[in-house]
Every structure is written in C-alpha cells, then in structure tokens.
Design a binder for this molecule. Structure first.
Ligand code: PMT
Length: 406
C-alpha cells in the first residue's frame, strides 16, 4: 500500500552537494503516492537545476519570494497552507541557522515562518560544520519548536572527510516522513463524517439547499485519515474529490443521509456531523416541473427533516463518540452549548458563520471546541489546519474519557 497517498509534501532544497539527491527523493515520495512541490533556494540552483525538479515534480518550481508571477499563482502563505508536510532536504547549516532565528528573507525561509503544518528537516553538511556548537544549538532550537530532525548519517563525505553529516539515505527519509502519518492519534478507529449540504427536492428541477461546499467535512476526513483512522464520508452534493482512502457514500437529501449514516455509524468509534442538513423539506415533491402560477405567489409547505446527529447520539447500542458542528451568526457559545445538551453530544464545534471569510464555502474557518468540561478556541486558519486541531481535540477527549472509565 502506498504510504503517502494523497499527502502534499513541499520539498525545500537548499544549496549543498547533496541537493542532487532531492531529485531521487522527489521520485520516491511520488512512488508512495505523495504530491510533491518544490521550493529551491538560490544556492540550491548551483547544484541542481529548477528544470530538473520541475520535470520530476510535474509542477513549476518556486524560487523567489518576490517573483510576482509565482506569487500570484501560489505565494509563500498559500504554499505553507497547501502542504501537509514541509520537508527540507538537504538542509544546510546556513539554512538551519536562518530557520532557527526566524528569518523570512527568502522564499523557503518565509514559507517555514508561515507554516503551521508538520516540519521535517534533513541536514547535510561537512562533519565539522555539523559538530559545531552553533549548528547543534540551532538544531536543538528547531527540535524545541517541534521540527522533526532527520539526523545525518555517518560515512565518507563529498569533501573527502569521514563523519556524521551525510544526508540520511533517501529511502529512510521517505519512511520517516510516512511514519509521521502512520503514528496516528486515531489509529485503528472508525470515523464516520457527514459533509456538504443536502438538497430537498421541490420538483424534478428545483430544490431547497444551502451554501455548504463540503470543504470542512472533506478536510476533516483527510485529517482523520492522516491520524490513522478508517473513514466513511457521507457527503451531500459537492464539487470536491474525496481523499483516496475514504469510503465515500454520496447522497442528496437529509433522509438519504440519515439512511446512509445509520448503515455505518452504529458501532463506529466516532461520528462527526459537519453537514449542513436542511432542517425542513417540502412536504411533497411534484412529479413534474411545477408551472408558473398566479402572480400572487405560491406557497410550499415544509415539514421537518429527521435530525441525523441526534439520532446517532441517542443510539442505545454502538453509540459512537458524537461530535456536532453548530453554525451560528450570533451568541456562538451559548447556542452551541444548548445544541450540545439538546442533541446529547460529547463535543460541539461552534462555527461562527457571520463573517463570509470563514464558515460556509470558504477556505478558512474559525471555531471553538466545546465539551461539558471546557472550551478551547481554534483561531482562524485553513480548514485543513482547523481539522487537524479538531481531530487532536477529539483524540484527547476520547483518551481522557476512557481513562475515567478505567
Ligand atoms: O461545507 P463548508 O462550506 O466547508 O462549510 C462548513 C460548515 C459551515 C457547513 C460547517 O463547518 C458547519 O458548521 N456545519 C454545521 C452546519 C449546520 O447545519 O449547523 P446546525 O447548527 O444547523 O446543526 C447542528 C448540527 O446538527 C450539525 O452537526 C448538523 O450536521 C446536525 N444536523 C442538523 C440538522 C439535521 N436535520 N440533522 C443533523 O444532523
């Protein structure tokens, strides 16, 4: 099985003799299913050409911080947000020093500064440079910042000296990166997630729906996969492609969603209701397209849809840890907390949807994780980053709950 399917890896190449190995590294990461994009520093280009890396990665190589053309396609913030992992290989002593001290004066340094994803640095340099106190202090600082350091191997170096400083072997780098995803917080768990809107048919061509794009639910599915879970995604109509390894069940209406959820949620470990389910549907669906009627207007009688989340949270047998989302435009915490109680949930994610740059149909989100024992805000960031934090919060709460039971 490919260990990096659907993973986005931003490969940073800095200027050392081992830079030529980044070509093989790109291929090996792709062999494992990863999508690779490349950022090169100025000095890296002295050792390997951007053209080589472009041909191998299949994407333009990102070179300059102030390259207006590249910035407009994908600037340093977008690059940082795009990646699941940023891997700097090889990382020179100079780059490590600049990263550790928070420089942002070239593209790669700026991407690292902006990044909130998992960071991996594979140093490669002359053995004396690696042993130098200043280098070790910088590497320790990166470790404290949560950066994964792939210690260099010992052996004969390009300069003719022998010692620790050789870039870790490419297959070992790939394995270490893959392991970051395998050691998941939800390893072995089955997670069922609903996503997107529902459509409630008025007639064969018209329906009632909402602006949910599915992005938040799909990002959570990806984050749960990364955390090692088996994921079933029950999705209303969206334009998104589901991550490779999820079991995707597509539905249209709330009643179809309920049916699909009830096939998979009982006995699952976690249920997350992200879908914006229509609370009401037309009482009847016309079999033929409704013709224009009088100028007075027309009335459609709506009836209430079943509450999918509540039905799952009330299961007597096989009830999963149940998480809801509360999309609110005001009194966020209060309204969300009421839903937590009313629907008998273990956790609710209060989602401010008053601001159009977050919530429905946006790339970013800003939420508050609420349980009966506390709340913690997740500041505005991409839905991918928010999702990883929600998955971490769920894993933490599950672990705390099972400790209490034991
Ligand atoms: O899809 P995106 O564009 O990325 O947008 C994401 C989102 C804003 C839709 C998402 O983050 C979100 O907030 N989803 C919940 C939206 C919502 O309908 O909230 P609600 O307060 O109406 O419902 C509360 C909870 O009950 C939700 O978990 C919902 O899935 C669930 N519900 C609601 C009604 C119903 N009949 N059945 C349900 O299961």
């Amino acid at each position: 099985m490919n260990r990096l399917t659907n993973k986005r890896i931003l490969l940073g190449v800095t200027g050392g003799i081992a830079a030529y190995k980044s070509a093989d590294l790109t291929r090996r990461l792709q062999d494992e299913g990863a999508e690779v994009r490349v950022v090169m520093t100025h000095s890296a280009r002295e050792f390997i050409t951007p053209l080589t890396m472009q041909a191998l990665s299949g994407h333009p190589v990102h070179l300059d911080l102030l390259d207006t053309e590249t910035e407009s396609v994908m600037g340093h913030i977008e690059l940082a947000r795009w990646a699941d992992v940023i891997l700097i290989a090889p990382a020179t002593a100079d780059f490590i020093a600049r990263y550790a001290s928070g420089h942002g004066d070239d593209l790669l340094a700026a991407v690292c500064l902006a990044a909130e994803c998992t960071m991996v640095v594979a140093p490669a340099m002359n053995q004396a440079m690696w042993a130098k106190e200043s280098t070790q202090t910088n590497v320790d600082l990166l470790r404290k910042m949560g950066v994964n350091i792939l210690d260099p191997h010992e052996g004969l170096q390009a300069c003719g000296e022998t010692g620790a400083g050789r870039l870790m072997d490419v297959p070992d780098i790939v394995t270490r990166v893959a392991n970051l995803f395998e050691l998941g917080l939800l390893a072995g768990k089955h997670v069922v997630i609903t996503a997107g809107p529902t459509r409630e048919a008025i007639d064969p061509v018209r329906y009632i729906s909402n602006h949910s794009s599915g992005k938040q639910g799909y990002a959570l599915a990806q984050a749960a996969l990364e955390a090692g879970a088996r994921v079933t995604l029950v999705s209303g109509p969206t334009n998104l492609t589901a991550p490779d390894r999820v079991t995707l069940v597509t539905v249209e209406s709330a009643r179809q969603m309920l049916e699909a959820v009830m096939q998979s949620a009982p006995g699952a470990d976690i249920f997350i209701g992200v879908a914006a389910v229509a609370d009401y549907r037309p009482e009847t669906t016309a079999e033929q397209k409704i013709k224009k009627q009088s100028a007075e207007g027309m009335t459609i009688k709506l009836v209430q849809n079943p509450d999918i989340l509540k039905s799952v949270a009330e299961l007597r047998e096989g009830r999963p840890f149940s998480v809801g989302f509360a999309a609110e435009t005001e009194n966020l915490v209060d309204y969300a907390s009421r839903k937590l109680e009313a629907k008998n949930l273990d956790m609710i994610i209060a989602n401010n949807v008053a601001d159009s740059s977050i919530g429905f149909n946006s790339d970013d989100n800003e939420t508050i994780v609420i349980t009966r024992t506390g709340q913690s805000p997740l500041p505005k960031s991409s839905k991918e980053v928010v999702s990883r934090k929600i998955i971490a919060a769920i894993a933490e709460k599950l672990a705390a709950d099972s400790e209490q039971v034991a």
